[in-house]
Design a protein around this ligand. Sequence first.
Ligand code: GYE
Length: 324
Amino acid sequence: MKKLIGAALGGALLIALTGCAGGGGGGGGEAGADGDLIVGFSQVGAESGWRTANTKSIQGAFEDAGIELKFSDAQGKQENQIKAIRSYIQQQVDVIAFSPVVESGWDTVLKEAKDAGIPVVLTDRSVDSEDDSLYASFLGSDFILEGEKAGEWVNTEFADADKVNIVELQGTTGAAPANDRAEGFRNVVTDAKFEVIASQTGDFTRAGGKQVMEAFLQANPEIDLVYAHNDDMGLGAIEAIEAAGMVPGQDIKIVTVDAVKDGMTALADGKINFIVECSPLLGPQLVEIAEKVAAGEDVEKRIVTEETTFTQEQAIEALPDRQY
Ligand code: GYE
């Protein structure tokens, strides 16, 4: 155990040395335009187009605000996020923000941040901690609602069908958007004619979506619909369907979540049939929340991102102005 702590501190030291010099909260750090504010952010990774756009939004917003952002990429691993958060605590940053890769297992490190007097803002994904005093605010989408919106489209699209075989490409196992998008979909797709004949994680990646879809196609001759928890997995599924000699969007319908540019392009081309939007542009709101909590001001415990949905016609219209 001691060795583990030593390793964590060693890692923290390394991050401290390679990051910008100085401590936070009135220390001798490089002052931003608005004073000494230093924010530490732990990102999930770079698994999808959504994530890339989210990272860009966050880094850009802090840069525009003149606030120092210490940024680390956890490469999809919870242990890396815990390490990064401990290093931010050690560096005494003013605010810690992070997008938890999975929902469970955060209480210990969140308590450490609380004991150190550093407010934590959850961004994009939430945790399942029972004690909500462990974080100041959670900014992000309502993933259950997203799953419900996908399900409502399915109900309408297949209103006249007798039997619908669905395969589901799930997000990262244990991640809030995977759990909630699965739940929301099942809340509304309740008619007995629908059957989820296969459901497996594609880890929110294009390669994962392709690989899982290939296996689904081999095992199931009759697939009517793919429900992919994000665009990237849907795009991977398109490749697998085409490789199997079928026409995505026609022989097999596809509904996804995110609405990043590549997804919207596939929707405009008729290869995806419907997309539920999930906005990654959380940077400016995160800056606002960080400034407020650092100043000891009250913030909303839950800030829900506003989102829409897209049909093919709407995607064609929206594409030219799509930022991500
Ligand atoms: O939908 C997916 C990404 O947490 C909302 O993570 C985010 C999800 C997003 O990998 O593309």
